[in-house]
Design a protein around this ligand. Structure first.
Ligand code: SF4
Ligand code: SF4
Length: 375
């Protein structure tokens, strides 16, 4: 099951892709599509908005207060001691995992690069509820996802506050989804997990049943390293997410993309489903790693040569929210042409690299209660 730690890279191709077209925030490039997606998610968004945006607001207020105190605590120069202190703050805040990766401009959004303050990226992870995830796809899960974003933001800002109190600068994301760059890249480089066939970060403790957020900082925290947890080898034998994805958005063959060998999800096939079917996320729901835990799945494979749960309804069956039917293992709902290509997405081109019509980002429509929250 073991392969290469982290992800296979062609450094020259990564540099060339960055020089040709730096990475932008999805919402900046596809503002119209993002707003259309949000408008479809109102059923889950409305009841959870106070908790989600409340968490973001409280987090920003915490960071703004720390900024006013301007390094009130004792400066800690020793990386090991600083690491110990910050990990304790993360634990006390109820975060599930923390890791540190080198800052890499190639994986930071163009629109967030002016706020960069240092050469480290702190990755913070909050595990999502197990029960709600097993109900996917439905709007109760979508609600738990939105609430998790608010919770994560508030808790992660406690880590930012601690770093600032110890005399360091921190750049905090302004949007609820916690992104200033490609979070998965930094999580892999920090050794927190590996890329799964479903295009998500698979951690050993929760698979992809999680939300994550990144902070940029100049704090001299020890940097982690990629780890091979056995995910790549497992995915090669599993394929359960691809078999059950309603739209066939998950490709079984890995290919080089911007200098990185990866399984790349088809955005054109995923976006209509995720936007119109209660957030979909079937690919997270049917993954044995999120349900049973990585070690259990690896042990089972070592003993039997089989992927735990593969082919069983216990793992793979799900109720489709649009027709109420339960689809057995490997069976998938039929999606019509008009569902897969709604009028709102006519002309949507996932290969586009720069902001399109209007250039407005969905996140620009969400007021940041404290303005920029950067240390
Ligand atoms: S969210 Fe749904 S449509 Fe998108 S890749 Fe996952 S299973 Fe497929
Ligand atoms: S369902 Fe299987 S193939 Fe897909 S990400 Fe999970 S372990 Fe990998």
């Amino acid at each position: 099951m073991l392969r290469t730690p982290g992800i296979e890279r062609d450094r020259a191709a990564e540099d060339a892709a960055f020089a040709q077209s730096p990475i932008h925030d999805f919402e900046h490039v596809f503002g119209d599509a993002a707003i259309w997606g949000f408008s479809n998610q109102w059923k889950a968004l409305l009841p959870t908005a106070p908790r989600m945006f409340g968490g973001v607001r409280r987090g920003h207020q915490r960071v703004a207060r720390a900024l006013r105190r301007a390094g009130a605590g004792a400066r800690v120069d020793d990386p090991t001691e600083l690491d110990r202190l910050i990990r304790q703050v993360a634990r006390d805040a109820g975060l599930s995992a923390i890791g540190v990766a080198p800052y890499d401009e190639r994986y930071w959004f163009e629109e967030d690069r002016p706020q960069v303050v240092g050469d480290r990226v702190v990755v913070l992870i909050l595990e999502q509820g197990w029960e709600a995830t097993q109900e996917i796809p439905n709007y109760h899960y979508e609600k738990s996802e939105f609430i998790a974003y608010g919770e994560l933001h508030e808790r992660a800002c406690r880590v930012a506050e601690a770093l600032m109190d110890h005399g360091y600068k921190v750049a905090v994301p302004g949007n609820p989804s916690g992104g200033q760059g490609i979070n998965i890249h930094f999580a892999i480089e920090a050794g927190l997990g590996q890329l799964g066939l479903n295009g998500q970060l698979l951690t050993p403790f929760a698979g992809s049943r999680l939300r994550m957020m990144t902070l940029n900082t100049d704090a001299p925290l020890p940097i982690g390293a990629p780890v091979d947890y056995g995910v790549t080898g497992l995915c090669e034998q599993c394929g359960v997410c691809a078999r059950n994805c309603p739209s066939g958005a998950i490709r079984l063959r890995a290919a080089m993309h911007r200098g990185v060998r990866k399984w790349k999800i088809s955005t054109e096939r995923c976006l209509p489903v995720v936007s119109q079917a209660d957030g979909c996320a079937v690919c997270m729901r049917v993954c044995p790693v999120q349900k049973y835990g990585l070690q259990t799945v690896l042990d089972h494979y070592a003993e039997t040569g089989e992927v735990l749960g593969k082919g069983t309804d216990e793992l793979e069956a799900y109720q489709w929210p649009l027709d109420g039917r339960v689809y057995a293992a490997g069976d998938r709902p039929r999606l019509t042409k008009s569902f897969m290509n709604p009028r709102a997405l006519w002309g949507f081109d996932a290969s586009r690299q720069t902001p399109g019509r209007g250039g407005a980002a969905a996140s620009d429509l969400i007021p940041d209660p404290n303005g920029a929250a950067h240390g």
